[in-house]
Design a binder for this molecule. Structure first.
Ligand code: NAG
Ligand code: NAG
Ligand code: NAG
Ligand code: NAG
Ligand code: NAG
Length: 514
């Protein structure tokens, strides 16, 4: 869908002319005072979310925390909709402020914020979504109080959006109309470095290995892993494309590279397995270790351990070591492979996490992976696409310049980057249209501003990245909460300025007219 909203914005600014714009010159100071009032309670909610991680679509505690707080502690401030748009763990807060001098027929400018609060299987808030929840809650609350104090007619929406990680919760909400009627959407994501940057397109291809004996199924799955990793090493179509495999066993989630994988090897000796793994495991496998032991299934249980991490990382982890060991031993006469402890299973699934810088290239990468797996798999299915998120013009410069000011911590380390570190389902709202040749952004369904902010204290030698277990600890530090307060306050400032200034709003939403 691709619609034109510019005409309604110009109409709004024209009819609003008899309501004078507010003087926002002291807004930054005012927002600091508002933050001192609203932030501590909201931080408590985020800390509670961090302490009680829930995976996507199961965020009932997080849902209830927010709904209960605004219903009982701040009654009447917002229209609170629990279980919004038919999603049990979605919620919506909405607020409207108008002034008597304003024509009742004039549409109010509307700013939306988004909160996420889903965690990761087994590793808690290692993506820091407790901060995305807090950022939305804090920015919306600060903007609300500021428009009241300054007398700026406005509507503010805050959407609580479930399951960013696995099933694209925002896609479900989009289809239900949750993102309609808002001029600009804001959210912010904690990570290892601060940047306004695009996000990759993503799709998962889930290959099912079935048929034959247990040994046959394990061999087919690992042959497919070898084939795809060789194909990826030879170069995939598109820009910065990756196809990272995750074996769907144990603590499985489609976009986390597991920190432990076991493969059983039968018909070889313990010494041969140990020597083979040791010859492969070099310094290109950071932090990876292994154990090899004779087990009760009659073979060698090879278990590799490593940091795990984000499926957008092409870091060599435990599964890569296991695949290379399979490759080295699979041609030997009489060697078979099995899953330690599961030697009767005749079903094994592998998820290929496929990413590419531009949505336009995603299908061709998927086609290559599918063709490479070929007949080794009984079937291959795909999940929800995450289109690429593009950087929209105008707001990024306003934001980066604001963060350089002393009120926002004199942060000079922000830039607009072309590097896409991961994916987001906020891309579904944006609906970016990219020129097929130049790849430049030429249109969008909605304006979405989605900066990524660093939560590593300055001077940290190595900052963990999202989905690595140590990132969970980072997302619980005082420093991370301080950073979120600053980013939320900056987003609130820009939101209030947009609501107050029709020319600035027209600039920010100009992309919609294309
Ligand atoms: C806005 O307020 C500031 C601070 O009170 C004042 O210095 C400035 O003159 C005002 N601007 C306008 C256009 O009224
Ligand atoms: C073995 O089976 C259990 C129970 O079905 C499952 O949770 C686990 O992931 C399996 N492990 C492997 C290595 O297949
Ligand atoms: C390993 O090989 C032995 C000898 O052929 C066989 O008895 C045993 O069942 C095999 N174990 C597995 C897990 O394949
Ligand atoms: C295989 O070895 C790993 C690492 O020692 C261990 O955690 C796992 O339980 C073993 N599997 C079986 C089936 O013994
Ligand atoms: C905003 O739009 C106006 C009118 O089109 C233009 O004159 C101005 O330069 C724009 N401002 C910025 C910062 O882009």
């Amino acid at each position: 869908m691709h619609f034109n909203r510019r005409s309604s914005i110009l109409l709004a600014s024209g009819l609003a002319s008899h309501v004078l714009a507010a003087n926002v010159s002291t807004l930054a100071t005012r927002l600091k005072a508002i933050s001192a009032d609203v932030f501590p309670d909201l931080k408590d909610i985020a800390v509670d979310i961090w302490n009680n991680p829930e995976i996507g679509l199961d965020e009932h505690h997080a849902h209830d925390l927010v709904v209960d707080y605004f219903t009982t502690q701040r009654p009447g401030e917002w229209i609170v909709t629990p279980h919004a748009f038919g999603m049990p763990t979605a919620w919506r807060l909405e607020f409207e402020f108008t002034v008597p001098a304003r024509s009742p027929n004039t549409p109010l400018p509307v700013i939306g914020f988004m909160s996420e609060y889903d965690a990761l299987v087994g590793i808690g808030h290692a993506c820091g979504h407790n901060h995305i929840a807090l950022n939305g809650l804090a920015a919306a609350s600060m903007a609300r109080q500021a428009v009241i104090d300054l007398g700026i007619p406005a509507r503010i929406v805050l959407m609580g959006t479930p399951d960013e990680e696995s099933e694209a919760g925002k896609h479900t909400l989009l289809e239900a109309g949750a993102f309609d009627g808002v001029d600009v959407w804001f959210m912010a994501h904690p990570t290892s470095t601060s940047a306004v940057q695009p996000m990759n397109a993503r799709i998962n291809a889930i290959a099912n290995f079935r048929g034959g004996s247990h040994n046959d199924v394990v061999r087919s799955a690992y042959e497919a892993l070898v084939a795809v990793s060789d194909r990826a090493a030879a170069g995939l179509p598109g820009t910065s494309s990756t196809a990272v495999a995750v074996e769907d066993v144990g603590m499985f989630e489609c976009n986390i590279v597991q920190s432990q994988i076991s493969l059983g090897i039968n018909g070889s000796s313990l010494e041969t397995v140990q020597q083979t793994v040791s010859s492969i495991l070099d310094s290109t496998f950071p932090g990876v270790t292994f154990t090899a032991t004779l087990d009760s299934d009659g073979g060698v249980n090879l278990t590799s351990f490593g940091p795990g991490g984000h499926a957008s990382d092409s870091t060599k982890g435990p599964l890569v070591l296991t695949v290379k060991t399979f490759q080295a031993l699979s041609s030997q006469q009489g060697v078979t492979f099995y899953l330690p402890g599961n030697t009767t299973a005749t079903a094994l699934d592998i998820t290929f996490d496929i990413r590419s810088r531009f949505t336009l290239d995603l299908d061709s990468v998927l086609d290559v992976v599918t063709a490479t797996v070929g007949n080794l798999a009984a079937s291959i299915s795909t999940d929800t696409v995450y289109p690429a998120l593009e950087v929209t013009p105008f707001i990024p410069d306003v934001f980066i310049n604001l963060l350089k000011t002393p009120d926002y911590g004199s942060q000079t380390n922000w830039g607009i980057s072309t590097f896409a570190p991961a994916s987001t389902d906020a891309s579904w709202l944006q609906g970016a249209v990219v020129d097929p040749t130049t790849k430049a952004l030429i249109g969008a369904d909605r304006v979405v501003f989605h900066p990524n902010f660093g939560i590593c204290p300055p001077g940290t030698a190595h900052c963990a990245f999202n989905h690595e277990p140590p990132f969970r600890d980072l997302a619980g530090t005082d420093f991370s909460y301080t950073q979120t307060e600053i980013v939320a306050r900056a987003l609130a400032q820009i939101a209030v300025e947009l609501l107050n200034d029709p020319v600035m709003m027209a600039n920010a939403t100009a992309i919609l007219g294309n």
